[in-house]
Design a protein around this ligand. Sequence first.
Ligand SMILES: NC(=O)c1ccc[n+]([C@@H]2O[C@H](COP(=O)([O-])OP(=O)(O)OC[C@H]3O[C@@H](n4cnc5c(N)ncnc54)[C@H](OP(=O)(O)O)[C@@H]3O)[C@@H](O)[C@H]2O)c1
Length: 339
Amino acid sequence: MMRQIVTTKNGGTEVLEVQESPDPQAKPGDVVVNVRAAGLNFADIMARQGLYPDGPAKPCVMGYEIAGVVESVGETVDRSLIGKPVVAMTHFGGQSEKVVVEERQLFPKPESLSFEEAAAVPVNYLTAWALLVVMGGLRKGESVLIHNAGGGVGLAALDIAKHIGATTYGTASPGKHDFLRERGLDHPIDYRNQDWLPALKQMTDGRGVELVIDPIGGGHWKKSYKALRTTGRLGMFGVSTASANGLKGKLKMVKAAAQMPRFHPLGLLGKNRGVFGLNLGHMWHEPEKVAEWVQEIMQGINDGWIRPHVDKVFPFDQAGAAHAYMEARKNIGKVVLVP
Ligand SMILES: NC(=O)c1ccc[n+]([C@@H]2O[C@H](COP(=O)([O-])OP(=O)(O)OC[C@H]3O[C@@H](n4cnc5c(N)ncnc54)[C@H](OP(=O)(O)O)[C@@H]3O)[C@@H](O)[C@H]2O)c1
């Protein structure tokens, strides 16, 4: 038997339970990985709150990413993989002692990273790569505004933007600014105690920036659109503004939906602006594309400019505390769960 973090129903952190389940078996083409570390993502919190439409029906085991050691392999898979340290994305279910994944989903764990650091790579860096490089087309000499720069995706985006050679602006709670400066953020902006848009405009001589990545959503996307310079792009990839338990969360989601911008083609054309959305969880049918991004990210780890930062590691039986830590905005970078 193995242990898993089960989201038993919608609710507060009390709905999370560690439960036992039979060990998974590898079918042909699959491998079983003994999980050493599993990433926690904001989507896991919103799923628990009942605000994540992509989440599986409850009770369910969340978890999009793991690092661990191959325990067994199914028919057709090379047995020399057994015992190898690996990293993988999981289509839910990652917050388990053991997971089954298709062999093609695995990539070798970089030797320079601990299991916890390796589990912090897939979701954060693939999301940031897609936003900045693939869809955002960020170029050297351009400027980017990274919202929640101190979060998991935020720090990943910062590494990538610095590597590209862009000027970086980032919103974050003020307690995170010193750390962000150390990580290379050029211009931290306190968005909790002031309106960030006039502050950004002032820092950019009224022009704004070429790229904004916004996981807050709702009416905030309208504001981020206003922060774009000519030829600017807005990447929308989350609705964290709705995060809350129970009815409050549902009402916040309705409000966020009502306040979302409606972009008109002529408006975009007239202003030389672009807008796009990203959902990494809707990329499962494009494994070749994602594998290419993984190769670039692995190269960045080898070259030392991709530096996954694990803030705190929680054992599975403290999953509730891990969720609460993120919901209280205490995390700088990644929160990781270990069996
Ligand atoms: N579309 C995709 O493919 C995709 C993939 C990964 C993540 N995402 C989205 O990206 C965002 C960041 O995800 P993450 O996993 O890296 O988490 P994260 O940024 O580490 O999340 C926690 C941080 O978000 C900030 N925050 C903003 N509004 C918040 C709220 N209402 N409640 C709590 N924290 C809030 C806080 O930082 P401050 O100090 O800045 O307030 C907090 O520390 C989320 O919206 C997530 O859904 C989307």
